[in-house]
Design a protein around this ligand. Structure first.
Ligand SMILES: [Zn+2]
Length: 429
């Protein structure tokens, strides 16, 4: 989807659907706007159900103040207008009250964007605007005072968040990433003390390069590959909708035959990923004109080394990541389903997946299908795409259950005898 070429009203509807569908705003809270080249502001309406918004509901406000449309513009239009006046480089404003960011806003603290790589690059510096009455010029001035410092992401005391950007998708990505950081920190603090990446680690991940690979032009696409691409797209969409991936993070790959596999591209929007965007890797070369995920070498080494592995997922779902950013071990002996699918989960130091991919590839065995990398990701392998996806889902749900159990009492793990019994009954190696 070429998002930038869509009409501003359509862009607003699509992003509002994503925000509402993802549980990041209520039907009455939140508003979006875009400033057009001619100075018109397109903005979401007041009092219309966010769950059934169409492009005809979006309001156009001319530079002279004339309002065109079926409804009143959002009551928070004053701060949208003052933002565009204050920052001529800004072309989109996003405002919402997602629960995790509201939690931070009511204790007046900023979420830590250094627990995982790239979040600080996507969100930039995060500021805090003083409390002001919703819809008032006063609140507009308080937000503008923070934006004036060149900050694009602003938490509002006892209210929510405002994110501005060069376009609506960029603002959405920063918003989604900040919300992810907030959820991650909340979960991590329930089980331990979150450990931030050091400036050195942040610098290493910032300078992470694309893998140099020769290109090849595919002569044909087998039925196996066509089916794999379709299944991969379906599971990527599902991973996004179930909050296992964010819009640009999360990698899938699946083996086609001995020397080739398909992998998700670098940087593309996971919500609408299309079969044509998937990249085939063959004999160490990449399909012409496409950029594979930067973890492509790790995938290649795992397939080269382990004939029983046919699919790999790299992701960072927030509940699992709570264990990756704290010293708390992730023990799969919670319920039989978790132990059967997840087995022993090793935790590796940050950076190992891209600095020592050969060493990491060696670690995967039948009884060790999953690896957790500190402050980075979970790497899940499986006998098929669905098997790897199932493991990822089970891992996230198990992590969620473990975190929730902390407020209930002491966790009792399945004991050694019971584990032996499970291993026998389910033929586990
Ligand atoms: Zn609001």
């Amino acid at each position: 989807m070429n998002f930038e070429l869509l009409h501003p009203a359509v862009q607003i509807v699509i992003i509002m659907e994503r925000i509402y569908g993802y549980g990041m705003t209520t039907t009455s809270g939140g508003n979006l706007s875009i400033k057009d080249d001619n100075g018109d502001i397109w903005i979401s309406p007041a009092g219309v159900d966010k769950g059934s918004l169409t492009s005809k509901d979006i309001i156009q406000v001319k530079p002279d103040g004339t309002v065109l449309g079926k409804h009143r513009p959002s009551s928070e239009i004053p701060f949208h207008q003052s933002t565009y006046k204050q920052r001529p480089d800004v072309r989109a404003v996003l405002h919402a009250h997602p629960p995790a960011l509201v939690s931070f806003s009511i204790v007046r603290k900023l979420p830590n964007t250094s627990l995982i790589p790239n979040a600080n690059l996507i969100c930039g510096e995060v500021g805090m605007a003083e409390y002001g009455l919703p819809g008032s010029d006063d609140l507009g001035k308080k937000i503008a005072a923070v934006l004036k410092r060149g900050i694009n992401t602003v938490l509002l005391e006892n209210h929510g968040v405002v994110v501005v950007g060069k376009d609506l998708f960029k603002a959405f990505m920063a918003f989604e990433t900040l919300d992810f950081c907030a959820r991650l920190e909340i979960y991590a603090r329930r089980i331990g003390t979150p450990i931030s990446l050091t400036p050195k680690h942040l610098e290493i991940s910032k300078n992470k390069q694309h893998v140099q690979m020769d290109e090849f032009i595919p002569q044909s696409y087998s039925s196996l590959e066509r089916a794999a691409r379709k299944e991969m797209c379906e599971l990527v969409h599902r991973s996004y909708d179930h909050k296992l991936f964010t819009s640009t993070q999360g990698t899938f790959s699946t083996r086609l035959d001995g020397n080739s596999f398909t992998i998700t591209p670098y940087g593309s929007d996971r919500k609408y990923m299309d079969v044509g965007e998937i990249v085939r890797i063959e004999d160490g070369k990449r399909e012409a004109g496409k950029m594979p995920s930067r973890s492509v070498l790790l995938h290649k080494y795992i397939y080269d080394k382990h004939p029983h592995i046919n699919s790999i997922i790299i992701a960072h779902p927030p509940n699992i990541m709570a264990f990756a950013v704290t010293e708390e071990p992730f023990d799969s002996r919670t319920i039989p389903e978790s132990y059967i699918l997840l087995r022993n989960i090793q935790k590796l130091p940050f950076g190992s997946s891209f600095m020592q991919p050969l060493m990491v590839a060696d670690l995967f065995e039948e009884n060790n299908p999953i690896v957790l990398v500190e402050n980075d990701c979970i790497i899940v392998t499986g006998s098929s795409l669905l098997n790897a996806f199932d493991r990822l889902e089970v891992a996230e749900y198990s992590a969620k259950a473990l975190i929730a159990s902390k407020s209930l009492g002491e966790v009792v793990v399945i004991n050694d005898n019971q584990i032996t019994e499970i291993e026998k009954a389910f033929n586990l190696v």
